[in-house]
Design a protein around this ligand. Sequence first.
Ligand code: PRP
Length: 210
Amino acid sequence: MNRFLNIALPKGRLGEKVYDMFARAGYECPDILEENRKLVFENETLGVRYFWVKPSDVGVYVERGAADIGVAGKDILLEYSPDVYELLDLNLGRCRMAVAAKSGFYDDRRRTLRVATKFSNIAANYYASLGRDIDIIHLNGSIEIAPILGLSDVIVDIVETGKTLRENNLEVVETIVPISARLVANKAGYEFRREQIEALSSALAKLVEA
Ligand code: PRP
């Protein structure tokens, strides 16, 4: 059996850090650093094939076996619940999922809370755990604008440095969960290629510990 190990990387800033870590772990693929619009890169000697996918799609590729392994933010895993193995916390892309609102916000529990978010499932689960009635307003980006325009009372979103909130006069009301990038594997593929995947996972784990 001589098939490539297929690895789905999240396109963008996080993906570049992730690739750098894979390269340091001994799984380099120098073509990937070329400035072009290619999405698939192979290192035949090492038997690895990387491809860039939209960060929110990593779980789909891995769950369905188009990728044997991949790297996804915990936010994506919590939101879409793909049926994959979560092997390792890579300790990259650290941030948190939080509730934020305009400063001075007061939650009147007699009213349904209007929550704007890209993460509808995370928000629904969080407020269900509190027994709080909410109305979810699903947006695809620039979530911070919703409370400013009165579209929502609060937002549920990623906070990294806090700069976006500060510059829009919003503040964190509550942290829901810390987030970081995770190595995930297709369940059947993991059984089938356990040795190869475990070698990669333990090489990455050493770098995480260092
Ligand atoms: C993310 C998130 C916040 C911002 C947080 O947005 O949705 O808007 O980053 O980072 P900070 O705390 O360091 O300011 P992203 O850039 O992914 O864009 P979008 O959500 O508006 O699409």
